[in-house]
Design a binder for this molecule. Structure first.
Ligand code: GDP
Ligand code: MG
Length: 735
């Protein structure tokens, strides 16, 4: 006879919160295909943790989790109900434990309709995390989803019985055994309950196409995969191995097996391994979302238990620690663990669960796991010490308790996980916006991008000159302050001293003393005098050049979309600086020419020269003097007054030219340098690009490797968060 239990939830997928809190499930019990009985069970789906919970609520939750699992793991009650109602089994009697798993597990599965969804959901998100490189911890600048997922971590000292407990929960031998530190990477063990009769198998996330039905091969693969990452060096690694086991003999549950805490490194392992293990284990258990399965052997003093020591440290109130006591059968005769199991010693929020695993002798004799479970059940039922606790002891009970608790925790965490996911998606998207899209592969699009980036740079550069951005004003500082100040400092006083004027004029006259105004003398004096302006003119050109260069550098930095392209940045900088160099040449020659041009003295200049006051006659026409004799006029002409006069005339002229140059030099500089920079800074570059091979565009768009990496990382994380959001949306009805 086959008993099929099917269910249909009366709460609609869109049920409001009140409805879903207590969804009624109709159990249809079909015996030999004939429907015998319908019964409505009230399923308590209390919204655990959906809001702030009082400690009383928490206690109720803890108690109700235990009650739901109930004596014999929650299946006995169904079984008893069925027996009471006269539904009898026929056929060979199977070991009771096995039946519990097949039938009780099945009905538990119906009860836990939402649990499958929730634990399955977390499993899928966890797998996505590992596949996309999120194991928490490392890559601290990336948001981690892994760390916000509720997990159960198995913690204990070496040989405390961790592997045995896990294998017992799974009902299979599948973990590597041996001396020393066997578990060297976290093993994320995801248990999926499948229909009875369906083929039991396992698979690994890193081998998606391989189904393992031989569990000896699973063990081998765990060992091999551990070595693949850690090498044979016996180092440890935080990158988890994901193993999924699909079996009718499991409840839906996810556990993380961690390396055993140890005090000494074994041969071949660095001393640091002791700390490394503790740090890794701590990194798991210190997260508030981690449920700690703390394994301690009963044949050792609990005060020395590594698991309890660590859990007390990270969870002092014991609200997320499940204490498990193994090796009860190995306690000294006459002693027992009732103080702990009955909650008088080492009390945690959840009562301790006692376990009796296979002994080493059992393992050597290859005692079947299912038989071992049966033996464990018998041990508790027949133990004079523990019989009264037998319904709350053993690995079957532990598995169900954990499964229920995990579900409650997941349910409580989903709202905050959802909001975390949404917030992180926004953050990642905005970061990706800043980083920019990946570069197109086709040359046309690449050229377009290059030109766009040049234009963007050009815009920023122009804003500096036209206002809107600072820096352009420095050019006016050059014109308004530096240039006039430089002019003022020119040594015209010294230059136009009587001595010097005399010298220059005499030299210009040569052997022919000048008869009228010393035209050559004036010309030389003016020409050499004006030469003094050349220094400040060139300095102005250079100063503006420096300002423009600075602005190019600044603008490149400020052109946001250009940031990721260091090669193009350098190319633009080179092209712009070359252009500025050309403009400077032009500016310099124009400014110098302006100065040179003023050296030509027109006839007008001489005509308008004031009379020589010392000679008492017009300088321009000494022969028309008052007839006192040309000798005296000639003498006067070589007197100091005469030269002072010349100096004064030259000085006036130079001053006038200087005043004009104060306006004209800036005009020349603006015309040749600033205006050109605005108009045609990158013109040569555009021509140059136009001549390039299409294949070279890609090179110009080479990205900063750090940026490239960051974009990839952000994309991957975004993908993870989005798929997690989709996963959660797909089971939203369970909320
Ligand atoms: P781990 O290092 O924490 O994974 O410990 P194991 O699960 O490998 O167990 C270490 C040894 O203790 C093995 O030889 C087990 O057979 C034995 N062992 C574990 N639990 C029990 C138990 O409850 N009773 C007995 N008799 N032996 C146990
Ligand atoms: Mg082990």
């Amino acid at each position: 006879m086959v008993i099929i239990v099917s269910s249909s939830s009366s709460s609609s997928p869109a049920a409001g919160p009140e409805e879903s809190q207590s969804a009624a499930v109709t159990l249809t019990v079909t015996v030999r295909g004939e429907e015998k009985r319908r019964e409505r069970l009230s399923l308590s789906l209390s919204p655990v943790g959906l809001g702030p919970r009082s400690s009383q609520e928490k206690e109720t939750e803890i108690r109700s989790a235990q009650e739901r699992v109930g004596p014999g793991g929650g299946s006995d009650q169904n079984e008893r109900t069925q027996r009471r109602r006269g539904i009898q089994r026929s056929g060979p009697k199977r070991p009771q434990i096995k039946q519990e798993f097949e039938e009780g597990g099945r009905s538990a599965r119906q009860e836990m309709a939402s649990m499958e969804g929730l634990i399955g959901l977390m499993n899928r998100i966890q797998r996505a995390c590992t596949a996309l490189g999120d194991h928490g911890g490392e890559g601290a600048d990336l948001p981690t989803l892994w760390e916000s997922l509720p997990t159960i971590a198995v913690v204990g000292g070496q040989s405390s019985g961790k592997s045995s407990v896990l294998e017992s929960i799974v009902g299979r031998d599948f973990l590597p055994r041996g001396s020393g530190i066997v578990t060297r990477r976290p093993l994320v063990l995801q248990l999926h309950q499948i229909d009875k009769g369906a083929h039991e198998y396992a698979d690994f996330l890193h081998l998606p196409k391989t189904r393992f039905s031989d569990f000896a091969l699973v063990r081998q693969e765990i060992a091999d995969e551990t070595d693949r990452v850690t090498g044979k060096t016996k180092q440890i690694s935080p990158v988890p191995i994901h193993l999924s086991i699909y079996s009718p003999n499991v409840v839906n549950l996810t556990l993380i097996d961690l390396p055993g805490l140890t005090k000494v490194a074994v041969e071949g392992q660095p001393e640091s391994v002791v700390h490394d293990i503790e740090n890794m284990v701590r990194s798991y258990v210190e997260k508030p979302n981690c449920i700690i399965l703390a394994i301690s052997p009963a044949n050792q003093d609990i005060a020395t238990s590594d698991a309890i020591k660590l859990s007390k440290e990270v969870d002092p109130s014991g609200e997320r620690t499940f204490g498990v006591l193994t090796k009860l059968d190995l306690m000294d005769k006459g002693t027992n663990a009732l103080d702990v199991l009955e909650g008088r010693a080492y009390r945690l929020q959840f009562p301790w669960v006692g376990i009796v695993n296979r002994s080493q002798a059992d393992i050597n004799r290859k005692v079947d796991m299912i038989a071992a479970r049966e033996k464990e059940r018998e041990y508790f039922e027949n133990s004079p010490d523990y019989a009264h606790l037998s319904s709350r002891m053993g690995s079957v009970y532990l598995a169900k308790l954990l499964s229920q608790h995990l579900e409650a925790v997941i349910k409580a965490r989903i709202p905050s996980i959802t909001s975390l996911i949404n917030k992180t998606i926004d953050e990642l998207e905005s970061e990706l916006d800043t980083i920019g899209k990946a570069v197109a592969a086709d040359p046309g699009a690449q050229l377009y991008t290059i030109l766009e980036l040049c234009r963007a740079f050009d815009r920023v550069f122009k804003e500096h000159l036209d206002g809107g951005r600072s820096g352009g004003d420095k050019i006016y500082g050059v014109f308004d302050h530096k240039l006039p100040a430089a002019f003022r400092k020119l040594p015209f006083d010294r230059y136009l001293s009587v001595q010097n004027v005399k010298k220059v004029v005499s030299e210009a006259d040569g052997y022919q003393p000048h008869l009228i105004a010393p035209e050559q003398g004036y010309r030389r004096l003016v020409e050499a005098g004006l030469a003094y302006f050349k220094g400040p003119a060139e300095a102005t050109v250079d100063a503006v050049h420096v300002v423009l260069r600075d602005l190019v550098r600044k603008s490149i930095g400020e052109t946001e979309p250009l940031r990721r392209f260091p090669t193009l940045q350098a190319a633009i900088a080179t092209a712009a600086n070359e252009a500025l160099e050309r403009f400077r040449e032009d500016g310099r020659s124009t400014a110098l020419r302006l100065v040179d041009m003023e050296a030509y003295l027109t006839v007008e200049f001489f005509r308008k020269l004031p009379q020589d006051p010392d000679s008492g006659s017009k300088v321009g026409n000494p022969n028309e003097s008052n007839g006192s004799g040309s000798g005296s006029v000639t003498v006067d002409r070589y007197g100091d007054g005469h030269y002072r006069n010349i100096a004064s005339n030259v000085s006036q002229y130079i001053k006038m030219v200087g005043d004009q140059l104060l306006h004209k030099i800036p005009k020349a500089v603006v015309h040749c340098q600033v205006r050109e920079a605005k108009r045609s800074l990158l013109n040569h570059f555009y021509v140059h690009i136009g001549k390039k091979e299409a294949s070279q565009f890609g090179h110009l768009l080479d990205e900063d490797p750090a940026m490239l990496e960051r974009r990839q990382q952000c994309w991957k994380r975004l993908e993870l968060y989005k798929s997690a959001r989709d996963e959660i949306d797909s089971v939203a009805w369970t909320r």
